[in-house]
Design a protein around this ligand. Structure first.
Ligand SMILES: [Zn+2]
Ligand SMILES: [Zn+2]
Length: 327
C-alpha cells in the first residue's frame, strides 16, 4: 500500500509499505482523507524532530472500517470513522483525574508514532469515533481540529450571550469561531491576513477595531505569538478569562498587578481530554465546515500540499478517494 513519508526536511514521498494487521483491540481503517495542520508543518519544515526517516506523516484522519481486531465487538465494517490521534494511557495520574491531555504516556500519532497518511492504518477502537451520519465525508476532516476548540470552550466556561475575542484566524481560530458563533456568543476576531479575515466574517464573526470598546468576557489566543497573547490579555474585560491555544515560545510582557486588579483568569488549553471532548464534538457537529475546508490535494500532490498549506486560508487536506477508485 501507499504511505506518505517525510524523507528529509521539507521533502515528502510516497513509499510502499505492507498493509498493517490489526491487534485484538484495533480496527483496520481504509483512509479517505487526512487534514494538514500546523504541527504537521512543523515536522515538515524541521522545527520538530521525528524519531526516524522515512517518517509517515499525518494525524487528522478519516476513513472507513474494513476489518475488526479479534477483541472488538460492537463496531461495524463499513462505518465511517474519525481518528482521535492522541492515545492516552488511562492509567497515569492525569488520565485518572480526567485530564488525559496531560497523559504521561501519551502516544502522539504522526509525532512519536508513525502517522496516518497511508491507504490503511490500524487504530485502537476506542480512538476511532463513528462519524456523525449527517456530515459529508470530506467535512469529517475538520472534526479533530474542531475538537481542540470544543475542549477550549468547555475549559473556558464560556456561555451564550458573552462577547468573545479570537486572536488569530488560522485553522484553529476558524474552528473556534465556528463553535463560538454556533454556541450563541458574540464573536470578534483579530487577523491581519485579508483572506482569513474574510473567512472569519463569513463564519459570522466581526473584525475587532481598535476604536471599539466591546467588553470581551472571553478571549482566545490562537495565533501562537507573543504579540497575540499580549493583545488578548490587554483586551480581556475585567473579570474575564483568557484561554491560550497557540504554542508561542517567546516571552511576553505581563504586568501581574493588572492581572490581579482586573481579576483575570488565564488558562492554557492543551488539545482535548478523552473521551469527553470527542464525544461532545461528535454529538453536536457544526454546519459550516465546508467554508473552512479549502485546499484539496490528491496524495500524489502531497509535496505541493505541504508547501502551500501555510498560505492557504482555512484548512488544507489530502484526499485518498480518487486514486483508490482508479487503481
Ligand atoms: Zn492537527
Ligand atoms: Zn495517561
Amino acid at each position: 500500500m501507499r504511505a506518505l513519508a517525510l524523507v528529509e526536511t521539507g521533502h515528502v514521498e510516497i513509499i510502499d509499505v505492507p498493509i498493517p494487521t490489526p491487534k485484538s483491540n484495533e480496527l483496520l481503517i481504509k483512509i479517505t482523507g487526512v487534514g494538514i495542520c500546523g504541527s504537521d508543518l512543523s515536522v515538515f519544515f524541521g522545527h520538530r524532530d521525528v524519531p526516524q526517516y522515512p517518517w509517515i506523516m499525518g494525524h487528522e484522519a478519516v476513513g472507513e472500517i474494513v476489518e475488526l481486531g479479534s477483541g472488538v465487538k460492537d463496531r461495524q465494517i463499513g462505518s465511517r470513522v474519525v481518528v482521535e490521534p492522541n492515545y492516552c494511557c488511562m492509567e497515569c495520574g492525569p488520565c485518572l483525574s480526567g485530564e488525559t491531555s496531560g497523559c504521561e504516556n501519551r502516544i502522539i500519532i504522526g509525532m512519536t508514532t508513525p502517522g496516518l497518511l497511508a491507504d490503511y492504518v490500524c487504530v485502537p477502537a476506542e480512538f476511532a469515533w463513528d462519524a456523525p451520519l449527517s456530515m459529508p465525508t470530506r467535512e469529517l476532516i475538520c472534526l479533530e481540529p474542531y475538537t481542540v476548540g470544543v475542549a477550549a470552550f468547555r475549559r473556558s466556561q464560556a456561555v451564550s450571550g458573552q462577547n468573545a475575542l479570537v486572536v488569530g484566524a488560522g485553522s484553529t481560530g476558524l474552528m473556534l469561531i465556528t463553535l463560538l458563533v454556533e454556541r450563541g456568543l458574540n464573536v470578534y476576531f483579530i487577523e491581519p491576513h485579508p483572506t482569513r479575515s474574510e473567512l472569519a466574517e463569513d463564519l459570522g464573526a466581526t473584525a475587532h477595531l481598535s476604536s471599539n470598546s466591546i467588553p470581551y468576557h472571553q478571549s482566545f489566543e490562537t495565533s501562537g505569538t507573543a504579540l497575540g497573547m499580549e493583545t488578548a490579555l490587554n483586551l480581556t474585560h475585567p473579570g474575564g478569562s483568557l484561554t491560550l491555544l497557540g504554542l508561542s515560545t517567546d516571552p511576553v510582557q505581563l504586568i501581574p498587578a493588572s492581572v490581579v486588579r482586573n481579576r483575570l483568569t488565564i488558562r492554557g488549553s492543551m488539545i482535548y481530554d478523552h473521551p469527553v471532548d470527542f464525544a461532545s464534538a461528535m454529538e453536536n457537529p457544526p454546519h459550516s465546515f465546508s467554508k473552512i475546508l479549502r485546499g484539496e490535494f490528491q496524495l500524489e500532490d502531497a509535496q505541493k500540499a505541504f508547501e502551500a498549506a501555510r498560505a492557504v486560508p482555512g484548512k488544507s487536506w489530502i484526499s485518498f478517494e480518487k486514486e483508490q477508485s482508479e487503481s
